[in-house]
Ligand binder design. Sequence first.
Ligand SMILES: Cc1cc2nc3c(=O)[nH]c(=O)nc-3n(C[C@H](O)[C@H](O)[C@H](O)COP(=O)(O)OP(=O)(O)OC[C@H]3O[C@@H](n4cnc5c(N)ncnc54)[C@H](O)[C@@H]3O)c2cc1C
Length: 414
Amino acid sequence: MALYEDLGPPLSEEDIALKENMHRFAKEVLRPSALALDRLSPDDVVADGSLYWDTWRQIQDLGMQNRGMPPELGGISLTPLQNAIIMEEISWGSIDWAVAFGASSMPYLFAAMIGNKRLVEEAVVPYLEDRKGEYIGCWAITEPARGYDVMLTGVKGSGISFDTRARRDGDTWVIRGQKAAWVSNGTVAKHALTFVSLENDEGSEPDVGVTVVALDSPGVSKGKPLDKLGQRALNQGEVYFDDVVVPADQMLVIPRRPPTETALGQGVAFNPNAALGVAFVGLARAALEETLEYCKQRVQGGKPLVEHQLVQRKLFDMVTKVETARAYARAVSLYNSTHPLGMGFYSNASKIYATEVALEVASEGVQLHGGMGLSKGMLIEKLFRDARAGLIEDGANDSLALAAAPAMIRDYPY
Ligand SMILES: Cc1cc2nc3c(=O)[nH]c(=O)nc-3n(C[C@H](O)[C@H](O)[C@H](O)COP(=O)(O)OP(=O)(O)OC[C@H]3O[C@@H](n4cnc5c(N)ncnc54)[C@H](O)[C@@H]3O)c2cc1C
């Protein structure tokens, strides 16, 4: 095992076995799948018979969806470090698939968390039993005119507003609106965890509603699979709600309150950024390893690239960046599992730092590959494109920093 993989608290035998199993799966299944799907059109990625569906089947067949679920439903409880190990390894194989799986789990984890009996029976149990890749979820929060700002306010607390609205009708809420083309798994998902503004009679600022919608409900339609620069194995697309009826007991109402009341750690119940920080460490590590190997093989000026001093310096800097990003991302994951205060700040900081490191390392990797780094079919070329998306997904990095800044000024150090 490489030196840079073992910095930090020693891994237990169980941790090492988990890491090796996940690494094997990432290497044998996820990476080849993502590389093959990367070359297809977005429609062909999700066409019948595509490798995409077989990969979902293999992911669900691993039983990974049981992580974090309540034990009475068959949930598996892992340590924060084990969760970080899994996320890093999956993302080493393919950030596309890591994001797809993470987004997929969100409606089901939410449904299990609120414990609504109907939702548990109709969505959570079949999801946990699914071994065919049929239960895929999505997290539909951003909208055509609400991208940056929902991420900003979403971290601040409930000073948030959506163009997707729900009006009360007896024992139901009726949803109308549209979620952005960027919803991960948007055109293939069976359930969505979605955020809406709840209309009220007083005409005052609406509360926020969070709910799980079955996407085969009357009134739901979906857009075309999105065509984009990187993470092309990750399906994305709009979800439209045209008077979609949801039982009132499935709507979690978050009363609106001024953002200024929010403490540093609040508003992070749906903040996936700590996990995303760990994920982009996996991508950065993949770019580093790929480049190191290439530099050992490629001979220029009569000797392998690794023997040129400037190349050594560049590789050294890449290792240092990967190491520091991993140490920070893991520390945040562990911290978040025990500390309510500061979670939002550290999660955002971890995501920002790791995505920027991933892009820097992948970019230097392209440079060290020379012309080959620009060639289609080279892993480093894909990793560079994949890394670029990281600075935007789950909140443009500027917005995440600005979201955390006011509470940091008020509460830090605490
Ligand atoms: C790979 C990927 C996966 C994604 N997955 C999901 C998903 O699963 N679910 C989902 O709902 N969404 C998802 N998104 C959407 C993502 O959260 C948004 O793209 C992101 O929040 C930015 O929103 P936007 O694209 O609308 O950009 P905009 O909001 O239009 O912002 C564009 C730029 O302007 C800047 N900007 C905007 N407003 C301001 C301001 N007031 N002050 C300063 N600067 C500003 C931003 O920083 C940004 O750089 C995904 C995006 C990507 C790329």
